[in-house]
Design a protein around this ligand. Structure first.
Ligand code: ATP
Length: 319
């Protein structure tokens, strides 16, 4: 049996500006993604003796690690969908007639429904592992083609595929690399209960339609771009913005308590990660991040968490 495994990383949005809701239901975004050291791995166990000529090549999917019980193990899992999408692409464009059956195993380090693109990371890792599995059988695909396939799986999948620090526009899938100096250290506070991304966007629309003036679209990333060129976490702390933070806080008061506790513990800044509920605390060093996390865990403000640093790589093959 052949095995292929790939790793993909979590993201934080250092800037998340949300514009109007579009006709297709998505919102226009202006966002700055940065990948973090926190990661998931996806492994494909390939049975070359069992050939599939139509339909899904995935025989099954198992999940271990953080929040494993809340991750779907059927064809709705983004890693499963990613493998199917790549097979569809090769069938349609390169006359792939048969492919081996695969079993998928995911090991999660990224919280589920935590606003850190965990499912998207799994999709990106599955794409990379499946792409490697087809090497020698089908043509290698350029990053642009893989990114297009990724965009069909979800708005955050192209970024988790490419990693680093990127400006995302459109619904977040149109990416431009950004300069980021140095390494930034974070303490991350996780929550037992996740938050649905669509629900947080709806809450933002609801607040805006009710005339709320404290959630205007933050569409200018200039200050953040300048801060990133300095490599100084204090400047980054002053420049971070997230338009989904207020909607997330109005839906979940526990996020507010954790933010206050982290700032009392000495973090430089706190930021709801994406649509939350994970709270990311920017710190001045790894040691500082460990101290902030220790304080949060010691007084029970956060039930679990970890430290992480960024930027990290895009999805990549491990073996
Ligand atoms: P984002 O930050 O991209 O908005 P998120 O990190 O908040 O996403 P995910 O961890 O991607 O959220 O999970 C969102 C939902 O997607 C889960 O509730 C789950 O039902 C579904 N899902 C599908 N595939 C996966 C996967 N491989 N890992 C986790 N969740 C998955």
């Amino acid at each position: 049996m052949r095995r292929f495994a790939a790793r993909a990383h979590a993201k934080v949005n250092l800037h998340l500006g949300v514009g109007d809701r579009r006709a297709d239901g998505y919102h226009d975004l202006v966002t700055v993604f940065q990948s973090l050291s926190l990661s998931d791995t996806v492994r494909l166990d390939v049975d070359d003796d069992d050939r599939v000529t139509s339909g899904s090549i995935v025989a099954g999917l198992t999940v271990a690690g953080l929040d494993a019980a809340s991750v779907p193990t059927d064809s709705s899992n983004l890693a499963w969908r990613a493998v199917d999408k790549l097979v569809d692409y090769y069938r349609a464009n390169h006359a792939l007639s048969d492919a081996p059956r695969v079993a998928i195993h995911i090991n999660k380090g990224i919280p589920t429904a935590g606003g850190m693109a965990g499912g998207s990371a799994d999709a990106a890792a599955a794409l990379v592992a499946a792409h490697a599995m087809f090497s020698g059988t089908c043509p290698a695909l350029p990053m642009d083609t893989l990114s297009e396939i990724a965009a069909g799986l979800g708005s955050d999948v192209p970024f988790t595929l490419r990693g680093g620090t990127m400006l995302g526009t459109g619904r977040g899938e149109q990416l431009t690399p950004m300069l980021s100096r140095g390494t930034y250290h974070w303490a991350l506070a996780f929550f037992t209960e996740g938050l649905s991304t669509p629900k947080v966007f709806h809450q933002l629309d609801f607040l805006r339609s009710g005339g709320s003036t404290n959630v205007p679209p933050s569409l200018d990333t200039g200050e953040l771009a300048r801060a990133l060129t300095t490599g100084d976490p204090r400047q980054l702390a002053a420049a971070m913005t997230n338009d989904l933070q207020i909607p997330a806080l109005t839906l979940r008061h526990d996020i507010g308590y954790v933010r206050t506790a982290g700032m009392n513990a000495g973090a430089l800044a706190s930021m709801v990660s994406g649509s939350g509920p994970t709270v990311a605390f920017l710190c001045s060093s790894e040691l500082h991040a460990r101290d902030v996390l220790d304080d949060l865990l010691a007084d029970g403000s956060a039930y679990s968490g970890t430290v992480a640093h960024g930027p990290a790589k895009g999805a990549h093959l491990i073996y």
